[in-house]
Design a protein around this ligand. Structure first.
Ligand code: NAP
Ligand code: GDP
Length: 328
């Protein structure tokens, strides 16, 4: 049986992580490409997935049997606060079009990507796979959160009405090569990496936004990529699966910034701008279900400092072509 895997959002941080794993892990190993598999990594230049017509044409062209659906309007706290309607509407359209096309083309399996940002703000911690719909999301990202939560609703509806094998993955904060390093709209680690790089280059202070006190769990994009590949082959439930490091690996924004300063060898002035928002204080997610399922696969998370070093190295080597927004 031929397996044709379409990765939407294949040009982004997570998509390029999966491409790296597929191209570098030994063929037919647990996380490597299997004989007979074909993988297609597509970005928005190939099809605007907000358009139903372009989405159907894309599926007609690739005839995927499996889909890893990553494409989304994605951004950090400050982009989410500024563009709530865009985050709601673009993601509603993209997700509805992709799931509808996958149903029409009788795809055997679809994994769509959610995020721990979609969880309720006020809920008992740790977050687990049963708590997505148990209250309102944090106000800073309610557009993105509601759009993403609906994917889980749609997955259940497709399964109940048609028996479709659609499911979802819930990563925590991701970082790695090919991230969006825009100073304003990016997530915290890539935005700070870029800001620290400029501070080092220009001899100016390195400014971290907010108090530095909020806590986050970070996952390396190349680790997450292995988990997606594994999930595609081994996970058959409609219920979402959290893809995360352990709850005990929460780090404060200050600890993350300290690690970044050290990885970049930055020696200058370093301060916090407390006039900027902190966002959600924490959202610790449990990876208990994941670890139970991964037994025997040999999967190991890359230590945070090592992953950060690799990302800094990639950023320095690719500064001219990386997604940095406007050069300064
Ligand atoms: P990213 O680097 O910004 O990549 C986004 C991808 O989506 C790109 O390939 C982009 O294509 C594509 N895309 C955006 N709008 C599109 C459209 N209208 N039509 C077709 N393709 C479109 O984002 P990422 O961080 O890899 O995110 C991937 C998934 O992980 C998303 O579903 C996101 O919600 C989820 N996630 C991310 C994080 C995180 O910390 N980054 C955390 C949890 C979950 P172009 O390259 O052509 O623009
Ligand atoms: P979140 O996990 O969805 O909130 O997304 P982010 O990756 O944007 O992380 C936001 C946290 O990092 C908040 O506590 C911010 O105050 C803090 N932070 C510090 N500096 C920055 C920055 O330059 N950009 C972003 N996005 N967040 C920053």
């Amino acid at each position: 049986m031929s397996v044709r895997v379409l990765v939407t959002g294949g040009t982004g941080l997570v998509g390029q992580g999966i491409k790296y794993v597929i191209e570098t892990e030994p063929e037919n190993s647990t996380f490597g490409k299997q004989s007979g598999e074909e993988w297609f990594f597509i970005g928005s230049k190939e099809a605007d997935l907000k358009s139903q017509e372009q989405t159907m044409k894309l599926f007609e062209k690739y005839k995927p049997t499996h889909v890893i659906h990553l494409a989304a309007l994605v951004g950090g706290l400050f982009a989410n606060m500024a563009r709530k309607l865009d985050f709601l509407r673009d993601n509603l359209l993209i997700n509805d079009n992709v799931l509808h096309a996958a149903h029409e083309f009788k795809c055997k399996k679809v994994i769509s990507c959610l995020s721990t940002c979609v969880y309720p703000d006020k809920v008992e911690y740790p977050l687990d796979e049963t708590k997505i719909h148990q209250g309102l999301p944090h106000e800073s990202n309610f557009g993105y959160a509601h759009a993403k939560r609906l994917v889980d609703v749609q997955n259940h509806a497709y399964k109940d009405q048609y028996g479709d094998n659609f499911t979802s993955a819930i990563p925590t904060n991701v970082f790695g090569p090919h991230d969006n390093f825009d100073l304003e709209s990016a997530h915290v680690l890539p935005a700070l990496m870029h800001r620290c790089y400029l501070a080092q280059k220009n001899g100016t202070p390195f400014v971290v936004w907010g108090t530095g006190k909020p806590l986050r769990q970070f996952i390396y994009s190349r680790d997450l990529a292995k988990l997606f590949v594994w999930q595609l082959r081994n996970y058959e439930s409609v219920e979402p699966l959290i893809l995360s490091v352990g709850e005990d690996e929460e780090v404060s924004i200050k600890q993350a910034a300290d690690a970044l300063v050290s990885a970049m060898g930055f020696k200058g002035d370093y301060r916090f701008d407390e006039t900027k928002a902190d966002g959600q204080f924490r959202k610790p997610a449990s990876n208990k279900k994941l670890l139970g399922l991964l037994k025997g696969t040999g999967f190991q998370f890359t230590p945070f400092e090592k992953a950060l070093d690799e990302t800094v190295q990639w950023f320095r080597q690719n500064y001219e072509t990386a997604r940095t927004g406007k050069k300064q």
